[in-house]
Write a protein that binds this ligand. Sequence first.
Ligand code: HEC
Length: 184
Amino acid sequence: MRASAIFGLAALALLAAGCEDSTQNTTATVTPAEPVQTPVERGRYLVAFGGCIDCHTPGYFMGMPDMTRLLGGSEVGFEIPGLGVFHGPNLTPDMETGLGSWTEEQIVTAVTKGMRPDGRELAPIMPWRGFANLTRTDSMAIAAFLKSLPPVSNKVPGPFAQGATPTSFVMRIIPPPGGAPARP
Ligand code: HEC
């Protein structure tokens, strides 16, 4: 009686082991659809896709982005009617002119909530409302990538309050000759 019980248990154990083995085999043969990315690689991918390079890299709006100073800040500011002129700041980890003193958490808050560490809300040309639904993993990956960049020393001008004189190039909405058409 006892012997057959032991035999039964051993048979069960063998069965279980067999099941485990077959599961492992199945998993081993599945090829992942995407290569596994590190947070920094994922961040690089998201930053390229999110348009960040356009607004935050010198030369981009002049038709000659300076990729040696990737995300080092734009010399062209956006004039937002009623608000002022805002340049895409230096996002590299330079201590004086970039995000060197910001924590990754502060970068995530700026990108997804539009709030700087000093409490100022970012102008709406920075499309943070569009980034608000990034997953926690993705927004942290963006911060990790920005922190991994070589620091670039470049302080962008501004921000300039409405009516203040800008000191660099400005993108401005201007009416056509003959006056402004009716707004939609
Ligand atoms: C259409 C242009 C544009 C795009 C696209 C854009 N930004 Fe910005 N961003 C700006 C501007 C302009 C500011 C400054 C706004 C202000 O000072 O109120 C800014 C501010 C920021 C700030 C705050 C920095 C500081 O020093 O105050 C961070 C961080 C930031 N952007 C990250 C990103 C990231 C990451 C992406 C892409 C996922 C991105 N931005 C895409 C234009 C843009």
